[in-house]
Design a protein around this ligand. Structure first.
Ligand code: SPD
Length: 279
């Protein structure tokens, strides 16, 4: 049988991968961090025993958190990434030459150190001179008075238990709005519409209240329990349907999933969610 690692959901459902070896294991003040070598997906990161990303499937998540905002925001000079300590989201952001500054605010420095060492195939942009890495609690960081305004904010947190819980709260969304240009776009990972439906709906409703508009969108992430995953796009003035085709076409030079047709399709809301959101 060998060694398997299972992420167990609510004592009812599990998603497992065969693991050949544990490469790194530590407990930070915030969480348990493991990097393992899986047979199917190569090296993978777990936080508090939940799958976060893997070399083999990471593009499903990182392309979809980054490109819908990056191809529609009118300006993409200043980008803030919250969480994202594995480096996959900043890699996609920094693939745009229009980006002049990208700030990554991650609460757990140990995650960044471990991923830089053990997941270099995912984090290929750590040395980009446009990047500033800040190890701080983003919930406090976004509230400080001197942050300036951003064009895009991407919230790449873990599940809303432990350190990431506040990343789903209205006060955090309000603080993000205050440091986003009115034309700016915020995208947050908004959980599985299959197994965390209530959390998903709550995030969409809160973002809609704060920004006036919120569009959930959907795709798959093979290593996440439930399979189907969601992100939510919020902006006071910008629509996710106004794709700047020249940017999308350039992104497609390297993307494995994302293209502008996929982007449009991802914003189709499944009926069960549509009804719950009253749309
Ligand atoms: N259930 C896992 C949710 C994790 C979302 N963030 C993943 C981090 C990848 N950069």
């Amino acid at each position: 049988m060998g060694l398997w690692f299972d992420e167990i959901y609510d004592d009812m459902m599990r998603f497992g991968l065969r693991v050949e070896e544990t490469l790194y294991s530590a407990t930070s003040p915030f969480q348990k961090i493991d990097i393992v070598k899986t047979t199917k997906h190569g090296r993978a990161l777990l936080l508090d025993e939940l799958w976060m990303t893997s070399e083999g499937d990471e593009f499903y998540y990182h392309e979809m958190i980054a490109h819908p905002a990056m191809t529609t925001a009118p300006q993409i000079e200043r980008v803030l990434v919250i969480g994202g300590g594995d480096g996959g989201t900043i890699r996609e952001v920094l693939s745009y030459p229009e980006v002049k500054e990208c700030v990554l605010v991650e609460i757990d420095g140990l995650v960044v150190d471990a991923c830089r060492k053990w997941l270099p195939a995912i984090g290929t942009a750590w040395e980009d001179p446009r990047l500033t890495v800040v190890i701080e609690d983003a919930i406090a960081w976004v509230k400080a008075p001197d942050r300036g305004k951003f064009d895009v904010i991407l919230v790449d947190g873990s599940d809303p238990v432990g350190p990431a819980e506040g990343l789903f709260g209205t006060p955090f969304y309000e603080a993000c709005r205050s440091i986003l240009h009115p034309h700016g776009v915020l995208v947050t990972q908004s959980e599985s519409p299959v197994i965390y439906r209530e959390t998903h709906l709550m995030a969409v409703r809160r973002l809609e209240e704060v920004f006036g508009n919120a569009w959930p969108y959907y795709s798959v992430v093979p290593i996440y329990n439930g399979g189907e995953w969601s992100w939510t796009y919020a902006s006071a003035q910008t629509s996710p349907f106004d794709i700047i085709e020249s940017r999308a076409t350039r992104a497609e030079d390297h993307t494995r999933l994302y293209n502008s047709a996929y982007h449009r399709g991802a914003f189709a809301i499944p009926n069960r969610i549509k009804k719950e959101l009253g749309r």
